[in-house]
Design a protein around this ligand. Structure first.
Ligand SMILES: [Zn+2]
Length: 428
């Protein structure tokens, strides 16, 4: 198995951003990221991250280096254990001046009687009002693993969960929901499976003969549930959970105006469709598609969409984002997609118009999250950047203080052993 390394070359466009100014300015000697020549630099919002408080310095470095105005932490924690996961996430958001927006998780323990629902509605309210959370995240466990008191799988459209969806709408908290998984995970995990490389590293991701509903049935259940809750905004992650089937995604978006989708960890999948078809979908639903990556950042782990046997390093982060930008903005044919572990094929870039890019990168997220038009406040104090390796080698390059203080931020970080499965990727 090979390391997850994006092969795309960095070719910063000097016209796109002047180093040291604007949202593409980066500390510590990192060059401005590639954007389409002539495109004015603008901040972006990553709607799909998995973040840990202990990775705060690395998170801040990524935000600064990529030009990310805000990132959504879909691993914000639940009410379990006195809500300590939520407290840690709140501290993370506070440390980064609100540039991290947390989404709460339900605690499925005890699901799904009326007392459970009341408890989880109350926890969601606390997450909003006490901890400043921005939304609710539902992992793929719903429908695939969550069981009720009788031991039966809980379906995505189980009416016992309706109070939660209703409360999210009342609290103006969008619900980011992951339903099912790539279609190939329902096929035998053999070498001729198109996602074999990924399944070989993560055998538990295979749903073949695991007694779960089939792929289409799960997505149908999701759409029935969405239809019952028009007052709640849903973000169907991973390109509506159906990147393999553009017609399905198009039909869902047409029928359900309160549903948005994100592009996280599926550029390689929807990028396999003809570029003109994908481009048209983005244009037709330009108000409902959100930029996201499925990046996971902690102090001792890193995930870029999906990991292979060898964990990526901080050096892989910028090429990972650039692969997204090249696909969305560029015109190149047969380029690498951001997460090659998900399939060693190439994609054709879709050259979205500037106004559509602005919506996908930022303004759709601001609307969905209720952020208004104002700036997100910068934090008060800064720490040495984990991107400071270059500055450490060459103290004339980099942010003030970076060279002297780079100690704990030194890169690259050690890679995790294969199969060390405790990262948030389990919680997509
Ligand atoms: Zn995720």
């Amino acid at each position: 198995m090979t390391a997850l390394v994006c092969a795309c070359a960095r070719a910063p466009d000097p016209a796109a951003a002047a180093p040291g100014a604007g949202p593409n300015a980066v500390a510590s000697g990192v060059a401005p990221l590639w954007h389409r020549p002539g495109r004015a630099p603008a901040p972006i919002i990553d709607i799909h991250g998995h973040l840990s408080l202990f990775g705060v310095d690395r998170i801040e470095a990524v935000l600064d280096a990529v030009g990310i105005e805000a990132i959504i932490n879909l691993s914000g924690g639940s009410g379990r254990g006195g809500g300590r996961g939520r407290i840690a996430s709140r501290v993370l958001a506070e440390r980064l001046g609100g540039r991290v927006i947390n989404f709460a998780l339900p605690d499925w323990e005890g699901c799904c009687d009326a007392a459970w629902a009341a408890r989880e509605v109350q926890e969601l309210r606390l997450a909003r009002e006490q901890d400043g959370f921005g939304g609710l995240k539902i992992s793929k466990a719903l429908g695939l693993a969550v069981t009720d008191a009788a031991g039966a799988l809980v379906a995505v459209d189980d009416p016992r969960l309706d109070p939660l969806w209703r409360a999210a709408g009342e609290l103006k908290m969008p619900v980011a929901i992951h339903i099912a998984d790539p279609k190939a995970f329902w096929q035998p995990a053999t070498p001729d499976n198109e996602r074999y490389e990924e399944l070989a590293v993560h055998p538990s991701w295979s749903w073949y003969q695991r007694g779960v509903p089939d792929w289409a049935a799960m997505l149908d259940a999701g759409e029935r549930m969405f239809a019952r809750h028009p007052g709640t905004t849903f973000i169907a992650v991973h390109f509506g959970n159906a990147a393999e089937d553009l017609a399905r995604v198009r039909a869902m978006l047409s029928r359900l105006p309160h549903v948005c989708i994100d592009i996280s960890a599926r550029v390689g999948e929807f990028g396999r469709h003809p570029a003109a078809e994908v481009r048209q979908l983005f244009i037709d639903f330009q108000d409902r598609i959100l930029f996201g990556t499925d990046i996971g950042i902690g102090d001792d782990h890193l995930m870029l969409g999906s990991n292979g046997a060898v964990e990526p390093t901080m050096a892989d982060v910028l090429p990972f984002y650039e692969a997204h930008f090249r696909y969305l903005e560029g015109e190149e044919r047969q380029i690498d997609h951001p997460s090659p572990i998900q399939g060693r094929w190439k994609v054709d870039a879709i050259a979205l118009p500037d106004d559509v890019l602005d919506k996908v990168y930022r303004s759709n997220a601001r609307r969905v999250l209720g952020l208004g038009a104002g700036p997100i406040a910068p934090r008060l104090t800064r720490r040495p950047s984990p991107f400071a390796a270059a500055a450490e080698a060459n103290p004339t390059v980099g942010a003030p203080g970076a060279a002297a203080g780079a100690g704990q931020g030194g890169l690259p970080r050690p890679t995790a052993p294969a199969g060390s499965g405790s990262t948030p990727e389990e919680d997509h």
